[in-house]
Design a protein around this ligand. Structure first.
Ligand code: HEM
Ligand code: 2DC
Length: 469
């Protein structure tokens, strides 16, 4: 027997009261844990309303499959209104991240060809390898300078620079020089702006940004400053390439980067290209760097596993005679480690879709148009979904047991992460280089947890020690 939508358990009748309770529980930073609590209280499906934000939440992989089958031709995520409000306010175009309908699809199809298609991926490998190599050289230098044959530090700033250098090289075909001793202050400002942009977004998920803007609130002003900084820096990079491209018509055979490829392809308007390139540049920093930081943290906590991964990498290097593209096919455990990191420390607390048709989940009828969220953080830690979920076990991804709708860190389907392949290659190449060169250790008492700042990030600095092998 199928039960009506109105009977889905949960607190959805008084959005304002729920917002107040949410705020009392410090929900802005604990969203992921509150979701786990709610699943424990209400079971595998619950309905909620916080402020003006209404959704149905699910946790099972089988239910995720039902959700994604109903996403329709133009999949739509939760609209992050702070992001669209900024663009409306400054009269800037939406990129692929924020577009919808046919406009999204036509842009996404063209971007897929230049960013995610297997054919272009091979162009990225040597670029990412170069940055990985420079990162290792930089760490060796830091170790020498310390004079203790090791380097103990919070690596997050270094990883931000690594990620920005990598994504910029892929997008622009040019180095920013962030692996050098003295770096461009504008690039550092860009990094700080992204962090501020994410941080100031989360409070505005539950209160309309438009309202905050009219009230002249600080969080809105900081948010505008952050995006201004992001757009200004991206504009400078884009202008630079655009000018160069117009000057030397005699093109070299070398791969020119995603931006130049899109300009030469001439299928999207310059304004559309600029909007999406800016999003790719901004989306490519905190996401991969924090995932790498969590991975190093887990490897430091599991020294035996670290040795196992190192052995795999050494063997892969020998088998592929140093050909990186080939090498990437021989590191299943490294790939498993990255999946395992995203299971326990996902970047996105949830995946969401406004469903295009009515569906039935857990025997409840859910009408078309409802915002349905898959609790990605909660799913990754659910013992009904993963055997011994608290254990970091990369090898669980090698087994033949079903992985049906369980590896969703980058989302699913045509609206999944556009940067996925760049991110995966960038992270794999980074780990290869690090494992070949350093041992990673952590302080005995360090226990970090996730905190929600729109994306999930460590709640304290992760101090690691790198020792040359
Ligand atoms: C979208 C995760 C890195 C650019 C997304 C989504 C997730 C995600 C979960 C939403 C997908 C969905 O709704 O199904 C991640 C993770 C990353 C990562 C875990 C790294 C570990 C990157 C990078 C870039 C990027 C490096 C840029 C180079 C984007 C863009 C979208 C997106 C543009 C929106 C796509 C669209 O709406 O069509 N990402 N991401 N991401 N990501 Fe990533
Ligand atoms: C945040 O309740 C929590 O990849 C909300 O690279 C629901 C929600 C909606 C959209 C998600 C967001 C969450 C987390 C950050 C994501 C975003 C879609 C894309 C974005 C997952 C789960 C991200 C980090 C992009 C960001 C690109 C941007 C900076 C230009």
């Amino acid at each position: 027997i199928i039960r009506p939508f109105s009977e889905v358990p949960g607190l959805w009748k008084n959005g304002l009261a729920n917002l107040y309770n949410f705020w009392k529980q410090d929900g802005f930073r604990n969203l992921h844990r509150i979701m786990v609590q709610n699943f424990n209280t209400f079971g595998p499906i619950y309905r909620e309303k916080i402020g003006y934000y209404e959704s149905v939440n699910i946790i099972n992989p089988e239910d995720a499959a039902v959700l994604f089958k109903a996403e329709g031709h133009y999949p739509k995520r939760l609209k992050v209104e702070a992001w669209t409000a900024y663009r409306d306010y400054r009269n800037r175009k939406y990129g692929v991240l924020l577009k919808s309908g046919e406009d999204w699809r036509s842009n996404r199809v063209i971007l897929n060809k230049e960013v995610i298609a297997p054919k272009v991926q091979e162009n990225f490998v040597p670029l990412l390898e170069e940055v990985g190599h420079d990162f290792v050289a930089r760490v060796h230098k830091k170790i020498k300078r310390c004079g203790q044959n090791k380097w103990t530090t919070d690596l997050s700033q270094e990883l931000f620079k690594y990620a920005l250098e990598s994504v910029s090289l892929v997008l622009y075909g040019e180095r920013l020089g962030l692996m050098l001793d003295y770096i461009d202050p504008d690039a550092q400002h860009f990094i700080d702006c992204i962090t501020l942009m994410f941080k100031t977004t989360s409070p505005m998920l539950y209160v309309p940004p438009e309202l905050l803007r009219r009230l002249g609130s600080k969080v809105w002003r900081d948010h505008v400053d952050a995006w201004d900084g992001i757009f200004n820096q991206a504009d400078r990079c884009i202008q630079n390439i655009y000018r160069q491209l117009r000057q030397d018509a005699g093109q070299s055979k070398k791969y020119p980067g995603v931006l130049a490829s899109l300009l030469l392809l001439d299928k999207l308007s310059i304004e559309d290209i600029k909007a999406s390139i800016t999003e790719l540049m901004a989306g490519g920093v905190d996401t991969t760097s924090i995932t790498l930081l969590w991975t190093l943290y887990e490897l430091a906590r599991h020294p035996n596993l670290q040795e196992e991964l190192r052995a795999e990498v050494v063997k892969a290097r020998a088998e592929s005679q140093g050909n990186m593209q080939e090498m990437l096919k021989h590191i299943p455990l490294v790939k498993g480690a990255l999946k395992e990191t995203l299971r326990l420390h996902p970047v996105a607390v949830s995946l969401q879709r406004y469903i295009a048709e009515d569906i039935i989940i857990q025997n409840y009828h859910i009408p078309a148009g409802t915002l349905v969220q898959l609790g990605l953080f909660a799913m990754g830690r659910d013992p009904k979904v993963f055997f011994r979920p608290e254990q970091y076990l990369p090898s669980r991804w090698l087994r033949t047991e079903t992985q049906y709708f369980k590896s969703l860190g980058f989302g699913f389907g045509p609206r999944q992460c556009l940067g996925r392949r760049i991110a995966e290659m960038e992270m794999q190449i980074f780990l290869i280089h690090m494992l070949e060169n350093f041992k990673v250790e952590k302080q005995r008492h360090l226990e970090a947890r996730s905190t929600f700042e729109l994306i999930l990030v460590p709640d304290k600095p992760i101090i690691l020690t790198l020792k040359p092998l």
